[in-house]
Design a binder for this molecule. Structure first.
Ligand code: GDL
Length: 705
């Protein structure tokens, strides 16, 4: 810092830690009422800044050159003044990077003109953002500047000086996280140029190691600060959900040690697109910020069970949820659809009158909703926790479902009482596993029920604005939990297999996800990118296309499994299955329809298919049906106990068959082959079908595509 700068800073006094919210996500921007409500909350919780940067606001990015109309100006003036009233610093950001020509003075003049206009609205703090833009410069800029960083820095410095060197002026680099730096942070020539040439009064935004950073360490900030020659302001995307319509983040601010606070210039969170569900994100950030300078968070006992002695995410969450509960229970909706905006319109109208109604003794009792509880909100938060972590209850549910699935043999071998509601009075000897399975299945069912009850109580909460922002997400999780619950009941042998799971013509809510869901199901690696730690499995399997050298292995497995089939049956001569010729190598599988799986010891299973099974069927004097023209066969060695790689092979085959235009696939099994029978039944998609003239000990199962 130069002498005059240092003197200037001394005159202004120590700069406060910037803390608050950046409205910097893609999609529908918040309303003016919501922003005003945000300022109130920030003031109450001790946050001091709001960065106006809604990506899809026309005049912030796409049409950045256009001046605001008189009406827009009125709204912005009111907003800037509302921020002031609540002691929140309003920073106006502009994103000219989509199409600015840095070297064209007219462009720079347009930028200055726009910011001058906003300055005239009462705004004193500004920001230039160059995130998410093309890094290739146009020919004119290439001639004028030695690099993209030089171009950005030149324009930013000029605008900053034009505005009189505002006390707060933020710059968002194009390489705004470590993952974007080439070859890395300390050797990034882009960041070095920015660090060395950007005027010292300008602060720099940084999202951490990644765009959505799981953790931000003190060391990583020290590294980037050395290059930038200043402490960065974190633009934190930990609660941002604009990249996936199925996600919402209601977990606490987390995995940023409070030791960062003295190393940073500030933290702004860019949270969920939906305004109201951000209560936890912003409240817990405020608690985190209070950990600075030894100030103890409100009512938070200093950490015991967690690493950071100044901040406990768990306790911060509890504080936030307790306050949030009050909001749910209030009918006062300051920024909602029945808030001031509409109230103003309705001001002259008479309130609607409804006659008080009291049921007579024989009438139906009036419906009275149970009130929402703190535990409901904790469960909600745990189901929609953080981008790299599910909440504890969600983790338990996943682990339990995984256990129930992989131990479903125990359920099947247990006494038939699993069908009844109550456990057997005295379990027979040798059934402890079955008893454990039943009790864990019951516990899982209880957890699913808690989600449904939470959904019911939330839907009845008086504050409709908060509910509406959450509605799609809670419907989605309720439906997902419902499917898992039905699946566990099916595994446990409860009555008819769940209509939701087994129905060949399910309602649209019986399967997830529209066209995007279809694409995901077609991709063999679907699920590989799960961000969450899966419950441990014991073996690693490789599923891959069957190569010419694998044919011997496939035939070996086929023969071995034929031999070890039901001994009693194998001694008598058995009628052949349609798929035998396929497994024995007499008929070649259709293109893209042959897979094998391997474990450490080698090939341990295969899955083969014929998109048109007619020729194979003819060999054993059978006919195929129009609905199920394709044949599937799968075989695994008994050492494979994990059903998931087998499921993956079948999923892969079915998508190949489907893309060949087939409408359905079938398989044939021996009734005595309990292992494969059990396997296909549990897959869920294959159902027994009636086929005329089938030999007595053969069963056919089909799935529509
Ligand atoms: C980004 C964008 C931000 C977006 C976020 C999450 C920055 C600096 N820019 O890269 O607008 O909301 O990802 O999708 O984070």
């Amino acid at each position: 810092m130069s002498e005059p700068d240092r003197a200037d800073q001394q005159r202004r006094g120590p700069r406060r830690f910037i803390s608050g919210v950046v409205e910097g996500f893609y999609g529908r921007p918040w309303t003016m009422e919501q922003r005003t409500e945000l300022f109130k909350r920030e003031q109450t919780w001790g946050l001091n800044t709001y960065l106006y940067a809604p990506k899809d606001d026309y005049k912030h990015r796409m049409y950045w050159r256009d001046l605001y109309s008189a009406e827009e100006a009125e709204l912005l003036v009111a907003l800037i003044s509302a921020a002031k009233q609540h002691s929140v610093e309003f920073i106006y950001a502009i994103s000219p990077g989509l199409d600015i020509t840095f070297s064209n003075p007219k462009e720079v003049a347009a930028l200055k003109r726009k910011l001058d206009q906003v300055k005239a609205f009462g705004c004193r703090s500004f920001s230039l953002l160059f995130d998410d833009i093309e890094t290739e410069m146009c020919p004119a800029d290439k001639r004028a500047f030695s690099s993209f960083a030089h171009a950005q820095v030149a324009v930013t410095n000029e605008v900053y000086q034009h505005l009189g060197g505002p006390e707060t002026f933020l710059f968002c680099p194009t390489d705004y996280c470590a993952a974007f730096c080439t070859p890395n942070v300390s050797q990034s020539s882009y960041l070095h140029t920015v660090g060395e040439n950007l005027l010292p009064g300008i602060d720099i935004l940084w999202t951490g190691p990644k765009v959505v950073s799981h953790k931000i360490s003190v060391e990583s900030i020290e590294e980037v600060s050395a290059v930038l020659k200043r402490a960065p302001v974190i633009w934190d995307n930990i609660h941002a959900n604009d990249y996936d319509p199925q996600r919402l983040f209601l977990g606490p601010y987390k995995d940023r040690p409070t030791g960062l606070i003295p190393k940073l210039r500030g933290v702004l969170t860019n949270p969920n697109c939906e305004f109201f569900p951000n209560f936890v994100a912003i409240h817990t950030l405020a608690t985190w910020c209070k950990a600075a300078g030894g100030a103890e968070p409100r009512d938070v006992e200093m950490g015991d069970e967690e690493e950071d002695p100044r901040y406990s995410p768990h306790k911060a969450l509890t504080l936030a949820l307790a306050d949030w509960l009050q909001e749910f229970l209030s009918t006062d909706q300051p920024a909602g659809p029945r808030g001031p905006r509409l109230r103003k319109g309705l001001a002259d109208e008479e309130p609607m009158q409804t006659d008080a109604y009291a049921p007579r003794p024989d009438d139906n009792p009036l419906y009275t909703a149970e009130p929402l509880t703190l535990e409901d909100l904790r469960l909600l938060s745990e189901l929609f926790y953080l981008p790299y972590e599910h909440g504890p209850t969600a983790r338990t549910m996943l682990q339990e479902l995984d256990w129930l699935r992989s131990h479903s043999q125990a359920a099947a071998s247990g006494p038939d009482q699993v069908r009844g509601r109550s456990p057997p009075r005295s379990p027979p000897a040798g059934a402890p596993q079955a008893a454990e399975w039943r009790s864990r299945a019951q516990r899982f069912d209880g957890m699913c029920d808690a989600v449904v009850q939470m959904f019911n109580r939330l839907s009845n909460a008086p504050n409709r604005s908060v509910l509406y922002d959450l509605y799609n997400y809670i419907c989605d999780i309720k439906s997902g939990v419902g499917l898992a619950r039905a699946y566990v009941k099916t595994l446990g042998g409860h009555g008819e297999p769940s209509a939701q799971l087994m129905n060949t013509d399910p309602e649209p809510w019986g399967f997830r996800g529209g066209l995007s869901g279809e694409f995901q199901r077609m991709l063999p690696c679907h699920g590989n990118r799960d961000l969450f730690k899966r419950p441990p499995t014991t073996a690693v399997y490789c599923v891959r296309p069957c190569l010419p050298g694998d044919e011997m292995e496939v035939q070996r497995i086929f023969k071995e499994m034929q031999r070890s089939g039901d001994e009693r049956v194998s001694r008598v001569r058995q009628p052949p299955l349609i798929c035998d010729s396929l497994s024995a190598g007499d008929i070649s599988p259709s293109p893209q329809c042959a897979l094998v799986m391997e474990d450490d010891a080698g090939v341990c299973g295969y899955a083969l298919a014929l998109t048109d099974a007619k020729p194979a069927a003819a060999k054993v004097q059978r006919v195929t049906s129009e609905d199920f023209p394709s044949l599937v066969t799968v075989q695994v060695l008994p050492r494979v106990t994990d059903p998931s790689p087998v499921k993956r092979m079948i999923g892969w085959l079915l998508s190949s068959i489907k893309s060949s235009g087939s409408t359905g696939a079938f398989c044939e099994l021996r009734r005595g082959d309990r292992r494969m029978l059990d396997f296909y039944s549990k897959l869920g998609s294959f159902r027994p079908r009636d086929v005329a003239d089938l030999p007595q000990d053969i069963l056919s199962m089909g799935t529509s595509l």
